[in-house]
Design a protein around this ligand. Sequence first.
Ligand code: BES
Ligand code: ZN
Length: 470
Amino acid sequence: MTADAATAPTTGLTAALAHLDADRDAALERLFALLRIRSISTDPAFRDDCRAAADWLVSDLEAMGFAAKAHATPGHPIVLATDHDSDGPHVLFYGHYDVQPVDPLDLWEGDPFEPALLSRDDGSRYFRARGSSDDKGQVMTFLEACRAWKAVAGRLPCKVTVLIEGEEESGGANLPGFLDAHAEALKAEIALVCDTGMWDAATPAITTMLRGLVGEEITVHAASRDLHSGFYGGAAANPITLLARALGQMHDAAGRVQIPGFYDGVPEVPQSVLAQWAQLSFQAETFLGEIGLSRPAGETAHSCLEQTWSRPTAEVNGIWGGYTGAGFKTVIPAEAHAKVSFRLVGDQDPDAIRANFRAFLAEQMPPDVRLSFAEHGGSRAISMPVDAEPFARARTALTEEWGRDAAFIGCGGSIPVVGLFKRQLGMDSLLVGFGLEDDRIHSPNEKYELASFQRGARSWARILEALAAR
Ligand code: BES
Ligand code: ZN
């Protein structure tokens, strides 16, 4: 449907939207307070900060009338809150308060944990801070929508449970156990996940596919100690060369991954979906041009959009070993290391991919070289049942807020919890987020548009009502 066909909002919704508009400055102050907390989950040095972020969320949720608690885990706390004082359906909101590390710090144009509100010549505004887009800004769009509904109507349109974790960016090892332990409380009619993006700055989106992820860390062990490369060079196995060569074999000249069995379970994208994507008028040149590149580097048999949304990948995320400091050192190191990740689609099995990758490397190593591996998580790809009722309702609500038809889009990223919700709780997820491609998530100078924050909150206010309508 188009915005012209939009139905008139109810008085409750009109009031909630007006409240959000009137309360904008205070909402931004609240978000900035959360952004100042250095909740980097992967680095043990920031453990107390992660707890502080969880505690901050608990206070904020309690202030608007939720029953809220930060549950201790072997890792970082998980925030769980409920407000079921509604006759509407039960929805579970999910987000994460943890953020990625900030390095390289010298590329930031300001302190990553001192949010700065900035303006462009065209009048648009945005704020820069680690976590502004991924995911604190997005989390607060939902909490602000709840706050507004509570303020104007005394209660929410739906029964709402809020789950905000602190280990999304670092493996999320403690979440599956928590979901099992709290299955009764968490099981809702649908999960609302705010950790994805819009199609573009003017077009809202519901993400319908997420890729899975397998993370592996590899060490190649060669000689029993670092060696002088003149004394031993030529005779001693060089682990860096061996590792680089083996990883270099992962792709053929057409970009296909060479690991045996890698494409088992990779589906063809249905024509209907490809037709919908074709309507999105995607320009590979623009997409890549913005990051200083010009041509898609993946499988030559697939378009750029397919390469990021519907095809699997094998990527080296880090590789190190030997001497990398100032000056020069003639060394053959004893070890070389790499971190490699795979994005999965369709029915690709994370365990099979991991096993096949390990065998693929092992086969390429000479006899007296040893490999060791460490796992960094594994999750399957997932796609949503977009024909289900809540998806249509959310789409209409988004269309009404933004005055443009909401798009159903794919997404190259991974949000492992969505698969856990499906498998452990039998629950589908509605993925609505307001991030933009140029938000620089995980990079220096991460930002979030003020419009994403403000209209995101208005969007959730509408979606909550739309899901409750009988
Ligand atoms: N919010 C992102 C996922 C995402 C990325 C959504 C790009 C939309 C566009 C999420 O926080 C994230 O970064 N996930 C990680 C996976 C995790 C297991 C480290 C990812 O995709 O790399
Ligand atoms: Zn995220």
